[in-house]
Design a binder for this molecule. Sequence first.
Ligand SMILES: Cc1cc2nc3c(=O)[nH]c(=O)nc-3n(C[C@H](O)[C@H](O)[C@H](O)COP(=O)(O)O)c2cc1C
Length: 166
Amino acid sequence: MRTEIRRTDASARDYYRLLTALVVPRPIAWVSSTSAEGIDNIAPHSFYTVASVEPPVIQFTSVGAKDTLRNVEEIGEFVVHLASEDLFEQVNATGTNFPPEISEFDAVGLTREPSLTVRPPRIREAAAALECRLHRIIPVGDCHLILGEVMQPPLRQACWTGAIRS
Ligand SMILES: Cc1cc2nc3c(=O)[nH]c(=O)nc-3n(C[C@H](O)[C@H](O)[C@H](O)COP(=O)(O)O)c2cc1C
C-alpha cells in the first residue's frame, strides 16, 4: 500500500522535507568564498554533486539568496572542501546565519590557507579542497545551481592514494 502525496496536498516546506528525506545520503560541499569587500565566507551545502567529467565540473545549490551565492556572482571563484566526520561540529557551526561582515573563518576558529589558483582561501583543517572557477549559475525556481570548474585539487596524500585506488 502506497500513500500518494499530491503537490496540492502538501506545503512547499513539507515537499522540501520529503525530498531531503528521500534523496539520501547527500555529501556536503563545504564552500569557502570571498566577497568583493574581501570578507572570507564559509557555508555547508548538501545539494551537491559532480556535474561533468571533461571539463571537471561540480555543482551545488543555493536555496534562496545567501552570502555564498552573492560572493560567487561577484568574484567568480570558490573552493569546495571535504566535510569529513571529524569536522562535524565546525561544518555545522558555519551553517549558522552570520551577517555578511562576519567571516566564518574567525567566528568558528578555522584557519585560512592561500589557494593556488583562486582568490578565496582554503580551509586548512579540511583534508581535501577543490579550487573552482565559476562555470555558470542556473536559476531554478527559488534556487540557484552553481557550477564550478575544478582548477586545482590539493589533497592530503592519503586522500589521493585512496581516490585513485577506488
Ligand atoms: C549540513 C547543512 C547542509 C546545508 N545545505 C544547504 C544547501 O544545500 N543549500 C543552501 O542554500 N543552504 C544549505 N544549508 C544552509 C546554509 O549553510 C546556511 O543558510 C548558511 O548560513 C549560508 O551561509 P552564507 O549566507 O554565508 O552563504 C545547509 C546547512 C547545513 C548545516
